[in-house]
Design a protein around this ligand. Structure first.
Ligand SMILES: [Zn+2]
Length: 293
């Protein structure tokens, strides 16, 4: 066992003490509460996996993430601090529990290295040049030269899965994409306007119905042919709630009533104090039309 490896384990034991909340309040989630020893073993297994695949890569830990890639140690520590800041803010705002699965985050220094290493390590070239999360293989892979936006987006997904396992895709992608461009204040994270606004311009100019209720009821169809517009609608619905300081309340209300309100429309009307979806939609359209990058 190398000195660096021992240091990692010591670091992880310290980090474990900082874990707040408890794991296991989920209704239908396969993940079971784990003891500190199990968590430590899982981290240790993930680090060994990295060392086997890429012996020269440095590793950093921010539980439940093992962070690695072809960056220099200083850069890796920089991104570990960014990841920790996002985790702290997400937990302060929304989530009681960390994901109970250890996830390896691979950070590559350029698009060329990202493409090359995906091919070398996992035998394929991803269809996105920015990064992706592969939950079944407990792996996030980023072209970190494109910035930290995709990384923050992907970090949100395992937190939702752990804490709101019944969440439909629209809520997953709406909240995750809200933080693609973000700022931090007082330990909280806030989404800012981003490129997804462009997808809504034609819609708001025409003052056409945004059909938010259709998007919210789309289930797995969220990833269908109007995918880009659906992402933009979901993101900007989150952004609207954030601007009205209702996002945290909406998350909790929706999570707690999802059995009777799978789409989240009833919870949306309740927290916004609207009697029907069309009055909310017309306010939302006006709000979106005032936004700019
Ligand atoms: Zn996503």
């Amino acid at each position: 066992m190398s000195y660096t490896y021992v240091l990692k384990l010591v670091y992880f034991l310290v980090a474990l003490n900082a874990i707040t909340g408890c794991i296991g309040d989920n209704k239908q989630f396969a993940n079971q509460p784990q003891s500190s020893v199990e968590q430590l073993n899982n981290i240790s297994t993930a680090i060994k996996k990295v060392k086997k695949l890429a012996p020269n890569y440095v590793t950093e830990v921010s539980y439940p993430f093992v962070i690695t890639g072809d960056l220099a140690l200083k850069q890796m520590k920089f991104w570990r601090r960014k990841i920790q800041r996002s985790q702290r803010a997400l937990k302060k705002q929304f989530f009681r529990s960390d994901p109970s699965q250890v996830i390896i985050i691979w950070l590559f220094k350029s698009e060329a290295s990202y493409t090359e290493n995906n091919q070398r390590l996992w035998g394929f070239i991803p269809d996105t040049p920015y990064g992706y999360f592969d939950p079944s293989n407990k792996r996030m892979v980023m072209n970190i030269a494109s910035g930290g936006g995709t990384l923050t987006h992907e970090l949100v997904h395992p937190y939702i899965t752990q804490n709101f396992p019944e969440s439909p895709l629209w809520f997953h992608e709406g909240l995750a994409s809200l933080y693609e461009r973000s700022r931090y204040s007082g330990g909280y994270i806030y989404g800012m306007n981003n490129w997804r606004l462009a997808s809504l311009t034609a819609l708001t100019k025409a003052k056409a119905s945004p059909n938010l209720s259709t998007m919210m009821s789309s289930g797995d169809g969220f990833y269908g042919k109007d995918r880009e517009t659906s992402y933009a609608k979901a993101r900007y619905l989150m952004f609207y709630l954030q601007s009205r300081r209702l996002l945290k309340r909406y998350y909790r209300t929706y999570r707690d009533s999802v059995a009777n309100d799978p789409s989240g429309i009833k919870a949306l009307l309740e927290v916004t104090n609207e009697s029907n979806i069309s009055s909310l939609e017309s306010k939302w359209v006006k709000f979106v039309s005032r936004q700019h990058l």
